[in-house]
Design a protein around this ligand. Sequence first.
Ligand code: NDP
Length: 448
Amino acid sequence: MSDYDFDLFVIGAGSGGVRASRVASAHGAKVAVAEEHRVGGTCVIRGCVPKKLLIYGAHFAEDLKDARRFGWNVPDCDFEWTTLRDNVLADVDRLEGLYRNTLDNHKVELIAERATVTGPHSVKLAGGREISAKYILVATGAWPVVPDVEGAEHGITSNEVFHLDECPGRIVIVGGGYIANEFAGIFHQFGSHVTMVNRGGTLLRGYDESVRDRLLQISMTKGINFRFNAHMEKVEKNEDGTLCVRFKDGDPVPADVVLFATGRRPHTDGLGLEAAGVELDDKGAIKVDEYSRTSCDSIYAVGDVTDRLQLTPVAIREGHAFADTLFGNNPRTVDYGCVPSAVFSHPPLAGVGMTEAQARNTLGTVKIYTSDFRPMKNVLAGREERALYKMVVDATTDRVVGLHMIGPDAPEILQAAAVAVKAGLTKQDFDDTVALHPSMAEELVLLK
Ligand code: NDP
């Protein structure tokens, strides 16, 4: 008999926590997971999943218009936000149910309470119960950061955006990262007047410059407004409930909704980690080693709370590797090389490996291949929008070290191509592969 109530106590039933719980349990561990909000975490409840469904909904705006060029007699259509919102939220409920079933089927005890750490082997539930565990896994994710601006409380974050009562006529989106660009595309397609406010001069830092520039150009052509190098002064609420965003310089922007998409901070506040000697970095992220172990031997952490790569599939891998290592007698680490990622902007973009700038800074000679083309569907639809694919090649070895794309279905195409980049294939390997015609993806094997 174990001296502890559980072999593993997990705090947070998001992507990383649920994977770790069920794998550890399958390895024979007695597991409990505490969740103070809803099972599924950011990705399922207020992130990737509902966002992607809104993206699908937003696509119909252009698809319905384009359909006319393809012979369909499409009448003028109205968009009803509440129908989409309610259907999306119902699907989120369905998925939460599946996550709960997964835990149940794996005999993981789900505790719907906030848990805080009280020592290396102990946690306390909000209701007062104390529990002991041989190991504790912190998988509490991250939480939106709102800048310290007067009137910021009048704005919302990605936590609230899925629940809006109505589609805003005018929305100001603060930030220029993933969430800002994705929701700019979504609300623009729904007919909102969108203004993006960026403190710097660039969008989507970290992505390849050519691809970022193409997104900016397409977004501006579509009619999204941009305020770069903007210093927000305050958000004012008018008597009629509308908002006004004021800047240190430049005209104020009226809005119905202000969405802050200014990054997410590891969710460690008030978790009691100091009681067990768990060290945090200066951003509040839990410091871990390659096996996700913290500075306290019995406490581990996975996912966004460690701020390694804030991506769902990474958290899932970290959770799985953790459970295999501790309970499956199979020590495993996660390989962070060549992790593909995408921004579901409109159009979407995706990338894997080094950007051109990174390659030029780290490798000797670099060869760049690009294809700048108008997808055939856009041609017939009369859309000027062009796709851009860029391949970054180490000229010494001919190895493809980076692939960056913007255009329809870019994330779908890049996922497959990322296998080749991860496997270290060369430009010649791509050239040796016969094109699949007609497709957009064939551009990848026809780059000159
Ligand atoms: P990002 O880190 O992508 O972008 C944050 C943006 O906010 C940047 O433009 C940043 O500007 C700006 N910013 C930061 N602080 C301030 C401030 N105080 N005032 C004004 N602007 C500020 O964060 P997101 O919130 O968009 O997303 C959080 C994370 O969630 C992402 O990093 C990503 O890992 C994940 N995510 C992934 C998605 C996907 O895979 N498709 C989708 C959505 C989220 P600057 O560049 O100057 O720092």
